[in-house]
Design a protein around this ligand. Sequence first.
Ligand code: AMP
Length: 190
Amino acid sequence: MLNIVIFGAPGSGKGTQSERIVNKYGINHISTGDVLRAEIKNGTELGKVAKGYIDQGQLLPDELIIDILASTLDSFKASKGVIFDGFPRTIPQAEALKKMLAERGQEVSTMLDLNVPEEELMRRLINRGLESGRADDNEETIKKRLNVYHTQTSPLIDWYKKEGKYQYIKGYGDMDQILTDICEAIDKVK
Ligand code: AMP
């Protein structure tokens, strides 16, 4: 079972690289951001709650997002593994993921940290906002999300280092090289 946490700041390429990993390794993909955007589109109660946080560039409460993750995980039958994209984003979420996988006799195989310089993140997110119209990809909200990343999410780097799961990936430059580096990192733990 291959359980990969794809990690990085907003705009680091987690979604793009996840799609390519899913195709190559035939594992399931959970993007908590995509789950929430689908709820918003469908006008559900959860979507209404989520929108308030997303528009402010803030994280949803841990308990809520952990419940969402658990039910998505349970919906996968006979899975070869999962790539977790955008989760965990806080230490309590990482602890919950560890527990959830342990209850299923599994563990995180590796955490891949897609590292991208801040100016490049800003440039990518502003472009994505212009192209996709994603509501939270505007300059003001991007700044808040990067701040949330630095204060609440980046401590996970040390957390996963202590777990012995951390691998650095250079997340900028040639796209194909990034995928090659990711595959090498995955093949090490397969
Ligand atoms: P993303 O598409 O991963 O950049 O997520 C977009 C937004 O969804 C974030 O800015 C948060 O408001 C919310 N979100 C996604 N994943 C999580 C998570 N693991 N914990 C809390 N909030 C999340």
